[in-house]
Design a protein around this ligand. Sequence first.
Ligand code: PEP
Ligand code: MN
Length: 353
Amino acid sequence: MVVVMAPEATAAEVEAVVGLVRSVSGQAFVSRGLSRTIVGLVGDVTDFEALNLGSLAGVLQVIRVSVPYKLVSREHHPARSQIRVGGVPIGPGTLTVIAGPCAVESPEQTLEAARMAKSAGASMLRGGAFKPRTSPYAYQGLGEQGLRILADVRAETGLAVVTEVVDPAGVDVVAKYADMLQVGARNMQNFALLQAVGSAGKPVLLKRGFSATIDEWLSAAEYIAQRGNLNIVLCERGIRTFETATRNTLDISAVPVAQRLSHLPVIVDPSHSGGRRDLVVPLARAAIAVGADGLLIDVHPNPKSALCDGDQALPESDIREIADVAASLSTLMGRTLAAPSGEFGQVAAGVSR
Ligand code: PEP
Ligand code: MN
């Protein structure tokens, strides 16, 4: 923290600041410039905030230098973290592809989408059983029945499962079936939910809210970390801008910015970002090239009949291309494409990767 004194501040006023800082065991470093004096503080920011230094006579401004999140920051933990979902790594050195349908609709559709995901190079399966829809009349998901389908498909394919939880009351049931809990864009600042997933003992995929700054996103991750869970993956999924040609605007710079500020892995969802099938492969290329640790991709055996987000789902005919992009660009970026761990059942024979 830095306290900027007003140009007319007296020596006694500077001393008052120094005295208060020392009273809470902080250190105060006074720098006297030509026109003003600043006091640099070292110590516990929470203690300094309680002093309300901004209200003291002669104080012009109090500037917080350290970030408002600690546990997820690189100040706290300089090396970038790798997390594991079952046996699947996500983080530096690896590119982890997660793919599947937007929503679980039936056992057949989910199994077929999982086979497509695997062919696309995925090591994890995504799919919503509880869907946070903008309209209450839109498809809301199969609930627990959908979770059971995901668990069956995991056993059949060996793919670890990530699925969304939409409220604190749903955390236990989702954690019972899933390997990773997804907090969606609409719930990024549902603080009770963040605390509940932080206590659930499962890795968390935290999507960026479509109107959230990177600071707000990392502060949301801090809520989860505070509960003792540092197995968090951040997911950039596009933000709301004035542009209407795409569903959201993929904030590609958020990837290196978040990776510089936080040690947590950062992946990109090119499907929800553009909202358009034709943009998924180009945005996936951009994501890998900018250094993303993974991709989250919607695939569907029959996008025209999809109950949710069919416009952005990749059909079978696009799977080869996404697989080629993931394989070739991960190599170019010095990353290994994560493979299914096989920990969750047999890795199905005859499914090409
Ligand atoms: C999803 O991944 O299915 C989803 C609802 O995404 P978002 O929260 O990013 O809109
Ligand atoms: Mn969706």
